[in-house]
Each structure stands twice: as C-alpha cells, then as structure tokens.
Design a protein around this ligand. Sequence first.
Ligand SMILES: Nc1ncnc2c1ncn2[C@@H]1O[C@H](COP(=O)(O)OP(=O)(O)OP(=O)(O)O)[C@@H](O)[C@H]1O
Length: 249
Amino acid sequence: MTDVILRTEGMSKSFGAVMASEDVSLDLRAGEIHAIIGPNGAGKSTLIGQICGAIEPDRGRVVLNGADVTELPVHARAQLGLARTFQISTLAMEDSVLEHVLLGVLSTDQPRLGLWRGAKSYRSAEDRARTVLERVGLSAVASRRVAKLSHAQRRQLDVAIALTLRPKALVMDEPMAGLGTDGSRMMTELLGRLRQEAPILLVEHDMDAVFALADRISVLVYGKIIASGSVDQIRSNADVREAYLGDLL
Ligand SMILES: Nc1ncnc2c1ncn2[C@@H]1O[C@H](COP(=O)(O)OP(=O)(O)OP(=O)(O)O)[C@@H](O)[C@H]1O
C-alpha cells in the first residue's frame, strides 16, 4: 500500500461569497514531490494555511501520519513534523546563518535534551545544525550574517530551518520566487534531493521547476482541484491548458 504521510479530506473554506477551497482532497506520499499549481487567486495559499494550521477550515480534515491534526495549532503540527517554508522569508538580518539553524535545532530537540542543557548537549545541537547547513549547501557561509546573504542563500536558509524540525512532510510556498536561473537550478537540485528525507507539497508558479521536480501535480482553479496526475498527464490535459497552462507552455 502507498505510504500516505499527509492528506486533506474535503477541505472547504469560503471568505464571504468566495469559495477559496471547495472540497479539496489530496495526499502526499513518502518520497514524492506533489506540486499544487493554479492561477492567481485559485486558493493555493488558503489551502496551505489550512494544512499548516494558520487558517481554520469550514469543513474537512487534515491527517498527518494517520493522526487527525485538524484541531491542532500551527506549532503543535510543526512539532509533529509538518514543516513549512514561506513565500516571503522571515529571517532576522543581524543574526548569523548558524544562529538561525541552531535556534531551530534547540527548539526542536529541547524536549529530548531535558532541562539540563550543558556544554555537551549544546555541542551536539551545533553538530546537528552544521549537518543541516551542509545538506542545503550553506556550510561555507555558516558565520555570515543574513543581511550579507544573496537572495538564493536566504531561501536555502529557509529550507535549512524547516529541516531542523526533522520534518515528516515539507510544505513549500513558492521556493523559487525571486530566484534567477542559477538560483532556480540550485533550488531544484536541492528539493530533488530532499524528497527522500521528507515528501514535499510544493506550491509553485515556476513551471520549469514544477515539471522537472513533480512526481504528481494537482491543479487548483477557483478553489477546486480540476485535475491530478503525472507531469505528462497534466501537460496534455485540455481543461488544464485552458484554465492555466495555455499561456505557460
Ligand atoms: N483573508 C481573506 N479574506 C477574504 N478573501 C480572501 C482571504 N484570503 C484569500 N481570499 C480570497 O480567496 C481566494 C483564494 O486566495 P489565495 O490567496 O488562497 O489564492 P492563491 O492561489 O494563493 O493566489 P496567488 O497565486 O496569487 O498567491 C482569492 O479570491 C482571494 O481573494
């Protein structure tokens, strides 16, 4: 049986007369990248908000590793391994790369370390922080302040912080936004490697990246999933071409 890590069932949300999500059911399976695409205003951010706990659905459920998390707040879902990266990064400019990641490691591992946090446990936290930085390709700039990083490096750091949660699932909101050609290539390569560590629900407008990365694509239009399938199935779907991809292919 396919290993479903995250799923939504009948997720619905309206804002006044606007149905931002209408009966959205989808899943994310171990080892995969599942991309959510759709035109502006289709309901992608609203869907992510409901999955991660920032927006309360009118109806429907979110299930993480078999557990219903619909009623849990954002931080409780994060503790269960639901990690999110944001469209707009929220980094502190004056802090270093390592400090950001260390903070993530300490706040994730603190319950395991107990009340006693001596030099040894700090060292092991720093080791883990450096391992995470290596995984995203930021080891060389560990001591650099965020203010001195390139835009692409800041996005890599967003990913590193998400990884400190030891995620079971990653929800990524436009990780390619604002990246140039080289940055997009780097991020595409990074996400391609990460899917084995944690499956990725990827909201993205960069179709080159989506087509290169996605194992499955779901297309959202006016809050509804109008099609779901492989890259080839979605690219050749007449409804999808009419609603969204027509201009982008
Ligand atoms: N807090 C809100 N109050 C009222 N309407 C909202 C609110 N949030 C979203 N909407 C509406 O819900 C619909 C879906 O918006 P959403 O931001 O989820 O779309 P999106 O697919 O993420 O768009 P984009 O690609 O531009 O980020 C839009 O019509 C939007 O105007």
